[in-house]
Design a protein around this ligand. Structure first.
Ligand SMILES: C[C@H](O)[C@H](O)[C@H]1CNC2=NC(N)=NC(=O)C2=N1
Length: 94
């Protein structure tokens, strides 16, 4: 069973995950992305989708044209876990 991280651990991790923020009122992190067009945005999502399947860890997300909103949390842990940080780091590497 994956462990949820403590507030201190999350705050420390967010210092190196620039652009990610904690979601008000729930234990999750989120980041907004904006691309040149839909093609760029959807290509980005496709790459994340392949990694999400590999990790068995899936984002909550939405897309409107060139914008992608991503929220990460670990349902199995009832909060933010190391899996969310791993996926966030992968997303930032794209
Ligand atoms: C049954 C399945 O392995 C689980 O539901 C996985 C799938 N993807 C998941 N994704 C996320 N973000 N959190 C989870 O707890 C989670 N659990």
């Amino acid at each position: 069973m994956v462990q949820r991280l403590t507030d201190t651990e999350i705050d420390a991790a967010l210092k190196e995950l620039a652009g990610w923020r904690r979601v008000e009122g729930r234990s999750a992190i989120a980041r907004s992305f904006k691309f040149a067009d839909f093609n760029q945005a959807f290509g980005f999502m496709a790459r994340i989708a392949l990694m999400a399947e590999k990790l068995d860890h899936h984002p909550e997300w939405s897309n409107v044209y060139n914008r992608v909103e991503i929220t990460l949390t670990t349902h199995d842990a009832g909060g933010i876990s190391a899996r969310d940080l791993k996926l966030a780091r992968f997303i930032d590497s794209l």
